[in-house]
Design a protein around this ligand. Structure first.
Ligand SMILES: Nc1ncnc2c1ncn2[C@@H]1O[C@H](COP(=O)(O)OP(=O)(O)OP(=O)(O)O)[C@@H](O)[C@H]1O
Length: 275
């Protein structure tokens, strides 16, 4: 008898109600069931307010679901704080200023990333071996940051900083990587570079990855699976979306009863026709 490896990430009937019982009550997640295997790269699209960020937060532990369970490698982490999940989960935000400490040097930020999930200490930051590892990782970016280890991160451009955050996420060796519109603030050329880096880091790490994006082309190109969210539910789970056009995905969304109110998801010819 073979023992099957538990899923890297499981969301089981996850519900999230904000402002319960008030006039402004919001059902942000209405019973989400999603499973990711180790190494799986899942992209998530959906209209504004569909619940994408809330789902990411439920995985990160920054919101506690109203109902349902979150499991990582078979372990129930539903009640774990984001701090307690730090050794399992890495997250890259849409704002490049979040995710690294501006007052600290590149070296110290990387040292923190390496120690994340264990004791947070900078004591080993001066080890030559670790510094060489940092230089190797930074050199892959082709931005010359390997020669600026002692520069403060606050001096870096948005693209350099988001690239550094991706490297830091990789160094954490997480079981689950969360990318929450992490290219949104970057110009197209920089976004393309960070996207390429993302794809390399994800393949090297072999962790389960959830990437929320408003860019349908990115979602189609990168996802082993593409999830479509609408009004707090996953309305489509497309395996191997490569080869589909944005219009094909929109047809799936509409066919599943969803709508596209996010104009950036639409092909240019259809913009202006959303709800
Ligand atoms: N802390 C909160 N308190 C109250 N309502 C919230 C909170 N966070 C999110 N919401 C609401 O929950 C719903 C889902 O929001 P969420 O941010 O998850 O959507 P999203 O799909 O990420 O949207 P977008 O693409 O616009 O970022 C929205 O109606 C939002 O206003």
């Amino acid at each position: 008898m073979t023992t099957e490896e538990p899923a890297a990430l499981e969301l089981i009937g996850v519900q999230q109600v904000f402002n319960k019982g008030r006039v402004d009550e919001v059902h942000a997640l209405r019973g989400i069931d999603v499973t990711l295997r180790r190494g799986e790269f899942v992209t998530v699209v959906g209209s504004n307010g569909a619940g994408k960020s809330t789902m990411v937060q439920a995985v990160a532990g920054s919101v506690r679901p109203t109902a349902g369970r979150v499991k990582m490698h078979g372990r129930d982490v539903t009640t774990w704080s984001d701090y307690k999940r730090a050794g399992l989960v890495a997250r890259v935000f849409d704002d490049p200023r979040i995710g690294s400490a501006p007052e600290l040097s590149i070296e110290d930020n990387l040292a923190l990333a390496m120690s994340r999930g264990s004791r947070r200490t900078l004591r080993f930051a001066v080890s030559n071996r670790r510094r060489a590892t940092m230089r190797d990782h930074l050199a892959q970016l082709g931005l010359g940051l390997e020669n600026r280890l002692h520069d403060r991160v606050g001096m870096l451009s948005a693209g350099q900083r988001q690239s550094l955050t991706m490297i830091m996420a990789g160094m954490q060796q997480p079981q689950v990587l969360l990318l929450d519109e992490h290219l949104a603030a970057l110009d197209p050329a920089t976004a393309a570079k960070v996207l390429d880096l993302t794809s390399r880091i994800v393949r090297d790490m072999g962790c389960a990855t959830l990437m929320v994006t408003h860019n349908m082309e990115h979602a189609i190109a990168l996802g082993d699976r593409l999830l479509v969210m609408s009004r707090g539910s996953v309305i489509a789970d497309i395996v191997g979306p490569q080869g589909m056009s944005p219009q094909d995905v929109i047809d799936v969304i509409v066919g599943a009863g969803g709508s596209v109110n996010d104009r950036s998801l639409l092909p240019e010819s259809l913009r202006g026709e959303g709800e």
